[in-house]
Design a protein around this ligand. Structure first.
Ligand SMILES: NC(=O)c1ccc[n+]([C@@H]2O[C@H](COP(=O)([O-])OP(=O)(O)OC[C@H]3O[C@@H](n4cnc5c(N)ncnc54)[C@H](O)[C@@H]3O)[C@@H](O)[C@H]2O)c1
Length: 407
């Protein structure tokens, strides 16, 4: 292996384009694929979506992106529409990398087909919305080929200030960690409505409001903070108790609008996590605080990232900042701590494809999804749930309608 050049091993020259196919031309998918195109050697060559309007909007957008980068427009043969679009994309010989940005319910099904195709895969979180899907994902993880790279969309780990903080914590800056607190307070998502649509289409387009399609707010949105907690503690929770409900939201759907979870990690370390998702004031506040024998660490999405105590430290671009100001970096270059998260996540992933070593992040993605499902199960059942109990639960959520009607 050492005698072979990277192209022979991985199939790419270091600076030749990785041909990128986007599955799910919505908000996040479009944003991430655009960022790949602008920040890496990946070039968007193919698009797939269940709905014609989303595919057309994607085509229009990426033709402009490609033109701005001196790249050709997307070949109409590489535009795939309908419920089998994911299979057509996976079968294409003109694509090297599939980005899965469909609603959470479909991630594992789409991951299975993408992994079986041998292409590299970037799959959005969460890896599964129920226990059956997460178990299936672990089987798929075993089928990833030795030259295939698979990433899961936990870009917060790659945000430079957060990565620097995690390294300090890992090096023992906090001493013995006693307890962790986290929150995710976000405004409500807005309704999507189309003339003449039926109830299933309405549900699919408003998947964020639907437990089965999204996994609920703990699994769909709060997962980023729970992932950071797992990562920084180097463990998953052993059990959880939780409360929550739907106290404010009155629109269609069955997601909760607030959660309060008490997770127990190894060594009796507790992680108290609270979240909300309602309102239209635009207020957004998410972050993590870790308290240890030698000091504490503060890790907000926006605001100063720092450690107090005997190993005091702060991210230099966050110095003399006012949290909540929205623009806090001393040098003005950082609007928030996640500004470079996507870019660095994408660059690291493309590097794994071009020069190796390849990634296989499915099992870790499943561990974080299960951590969220544990809190959700404790909330829904109103009792303490252990990790083992969760794994033996028969949770296999049916979609309840056929996608063939959108063929
Ligand atoms: N990592 C992050 O920070 C982050 C942020 C936002 C969203 N996300 C994740 O990204 C994913 C997409 O979210 P979004 O906000 O872009 O949603 P969206 O509704 O804007 O986009 C989803 C797209 O998928 C299409 N689609 C739905 N079902 C499909 C199917 N079966 N086959 C093919 N296409 C299908 C829809 O038509 C739509 O264009 C979700 O999993 C979400 O959790 C991640």
């Amino acid at each position: 292996m050492l005698l072979l050049n990277p192209r022979a091993v991985f199939g790419y020259e270091a600076n030749s384009a990785v041909r990128h196919g986007l599955l799910g031309c919505g908000n996040r998918g479009t944003g991430v694929a655009t960022s790949f195109a602008q920040n890496t050697s990946a070039r968007v060559v193919a698009l797939a979506d269940i709905f014609a309007d989303k595919l057309a909007a994607g085509q229009d957008h990426f033709n402009k992106v490609n033109a701005s980068l001196g790249q050709p427009a997307i070949d109409s043969k590489l535009l795939f529409r309908g419920p089998h679009a994911f299979e057509a994309l996976a079968n294409s010989k003109d694509v090297d990398l599939i980005q899965i940005s469909t609603p959470p319910y479909f991630h594992v099904q789409h991951l299975e087909t993408a992994v079986a195709s041998g292409k590299h895969v970037y799959c959005e979180k969460p890896v599964g919305v129920d226990i059956a899907q997460t178990k299936h994902a672990l089987e798929i993880a075993k089928k990833v080929k030795p030259n295939q790279s698979v990433d899961v969309g936990f870009q917060c780990r790659m945000a430079p200030p957060i990565a620097a903080l995690a390294e300090k914590i890992n090096g023992g800056a906090l001493g013995k960690i006693a307890t962790v607190a986290g929150n995710y307070n976000a405004p409500a998502s807005t309704e999507k409505k189309r003339e003449g649509e039926g109830p299933d289409e309405y549900r699919l387009r408003n998947w964020l409001w639907d437990r089965v399609l999204s996994g609920d707010i703990l699994v769909e949105q709060n997962i980023h903070i729970i992932d950071l907690c797992n990562w920084m503690l180097g463990a998953h929770p052993l059990k959880a108790t939780a409360t929550g409900g739907r106290n404010v939201l009155t629109h269609w759907g069955d997601i909760w609008d607030n959660y309060q979870v008490d997770y127990t990690y190894p060594n009796d370390v507790h992680f108290t996590f609270a979240s909300t998702q309602f309102g239209n004031d635009g207020a957004f506040d998410a972050g993590l605080k870790l308290f240890g024998s030698n000091g504490s660490a503060t890790c907000p999405y926006a605001g100063a990232i720092a450690i107090t105590g005997s190993s005091a430290w702060s991210w230099q671009d966050s110095e003399s900042t006012a949290a909540g100001s929205g623009k806090f970096a001393a040098n003005g270059s950082f609007l928030d701590n996640l500004k470079y998260a996507d870019r660095d996540k994408e660059r690291t992933f493309i590097a794994s494809i071009v020069s190796g070593p390849v990634h296989n992040q499915i099992a870790e993605g499943v561990q974080t999804a299960l951590s969220c499902i544990l809190g959700r199960m404790a909330g829904y059942t109103k009792r303490e749930v252990t990790w083992e109990e969760m794994l033996s639960a028969e949770e296999d959520w049916p979609l309840g309608f056929s996608l063939e009607q959108f063929a």
